[in-house]
Ligand binder design. Structure first.
Ligand SMILES: [Zn+2]
Length: 183
């Protein structure tokens, strides 16, 4: 078996990645993925969307901890919930994951990936999870030609604020609940 010491570059998102080896060699995985080939995303993203660029950069931090930096770039085509026409939703996300074998190694509020018992990662699922976080709760054109409807006014500003940061699951739930009790 040839011993490789330089950085590797791969493109198979479905491969099992030996995280330690990849980090030691500062290897990179670069590929594209169709939004609508991912089971959960296919339900919300229009099949005419161009493929998303995916890059995972592995490395070791100064404490010799494994890091995986994910960069997702593309444009999702979603349907505007007001006029039901297709709208573009640009995606440009960088997430710096710590790669650990045990959740006990984590500090609070860290993005992390968990290796399996053999020290491997499956990245396809990670990409879909992160892309799902980017999908707005209620996709709408910034200036929709269809005006009126039930959601106007301060709600608009709220949406704009939300879309500028990463939307966490349930992040919008509080807003929804408080809207109900506080008309
Ligand atoms: Zn619209």
């Amino acid at each position: 078996m040839p011993i490789m010491s330089g950085p590797e570059s791969r493109s198979d998102l479905n491969a099992r990645i030996d995280a330690r080896r990849w980090a030691d060699r500062s290897s990179t995985l670069q590929t594209t993925v169709h939004f609508d080939r991912m089971r959960r995303l296919a339900e919300v993203v229009d099949p005419t969307s161009a493929p998303c660029e995916v890059e995972f950069q592995f490395g070791l931090d100064p404490h010799h901890q494994i890091r995986a930096k994910l960069h997702l770039r593309g444009v999702m085509r979603l349907s505007c919930q007001r006029c039901l026409e297709v709208m573009d939703w640009p995606v440009d996300e960088v997430i710096d994951f710590r790669v650990v074998q045990d959740e006990a190694q984590l500090q609070e509020d860290e993005d992390y990936l968990l290796m399996d018992e053999e020290g491997c990662l499956l990245l396809a699922e990670v990409v879909e999870d992160e892309l799902l976080l980017v999908v707005p709760m209620v996709p709408r054109h910034e200036s929709c030609t269809l005006t009126g409807g039930p959601s106007q006014g301060h709600d608009e500003a709220e949406m704009a604020g939300m879309s500028s940061e990463r939307v966490r699951p349930f992040a919008g739930l509080d807003a929804l609940l408080s809207k109900k009790v506080d008309p």
